[in-house]
Design a protein around this ligand. Structure first.
Ligand code: G16
Ligand code: MG
Length: 214
């Protein structure tokens, strides 16, 4: 393996809690609520697709595109107020150490995320310099499970898809990796991420040796 591509939310940091709080505030303003279980559907999903889920849960119909854009902007403002408070202490266990061990072993590293806020998050976590390339929601048009985000990552790193391993916590993300002809390591549960080549609970449970054995 020549390269590792990491999803951001759920693999390097748990920003899902902040997405949840901001979407919840938006839903509450419209007069309804949704559960943490429903929130699971929003992981790895783009901002506008997340909004569509939420509107359907609240049985809200007839919103114009302009109104939807305004709602997404409002949610993103609240989300940014939270992520701007983040510190490196919020990096998930083992994440920095594993990415650094890849670099030390001459393996290229990239971020492949759906989030348009990726640059802010990497800066707040002081991780920006740990990645050779960053492909995020600002440079991708087709959402996961389309492999675009990871294929662009491979191109940016100058490697072929067969040389890449993707680390993902979302079902659609694992599918995106497989659709792109890459190996996928699932971060989470085996039941949910059954299409992954290997599943671990976190990067603290993964090693270069396991990477070589994939
Ligand atoms: C993340 C989150 C999703 C979020 C998406 C877009 O994806 O998992 O919940 O909706 O980014 O985020 P933003 O509104 O910041 O553009 P990933 O791919 O890092 O897991
Ligand atoms: Mg994710």
């Amino acid at each position: 393996m020549k390269a590792c591509i990491f999803d951001l939310d759920g693999v390097i940091v748990d920003t899902a809690i902040y997405h949840y709080q901001a979407w919840k505030r938006l839903a509450n303003e419209m007069g309804f609520d949704f559960t943490e279980e429903q929130n699971e559907h929003l992981k790895g999903v783009s901002r506008m697709a997340s909004l569509e889920y939420i509107l359907s849960w609240g049985k809200i119909v007839g919103k114009t595109d302009a109104e939807k854009a305004e709602m997404a902007t409002r949610k993103n403002k609240w989300y940014n107020e939270m992520i701007n408070q983040m510190t490196p202490a919020e990096i998930l266990p083992g994440a920095r150490e594993f990415v650094q061990s890849c670099r030390d072993a001459g393996i290229k590293t990239a971020i492949g995320s759906a989030s348009k806020n990726t640059p802010t998050i990497l800066n707040k976590l002081q991780l920006a310099r740990l990645f050779d390339a960053v492909v995020d929601g600002n440079s991708v048009t087709n959402p996961k499970p389309d492999p675009e985000v990871f294929l662009k990552g491979a191109i940016a790193l100058g490697v072929t898809p067969e040389d890449c391993v993707v680390f993902e916590d979302a079902v659609a993300g694992v599918e995106a990796a497989k659709n792109g002809g890459m190996k996928a390591v699932g971060i989470g549960s085996k039941e949910t991420l059954s299409k992954a080549d290997l599943v671990v609970s976190g990067l603290d449970k993964f090693s270069l040796e396991m990477l070589n054995n994939l």
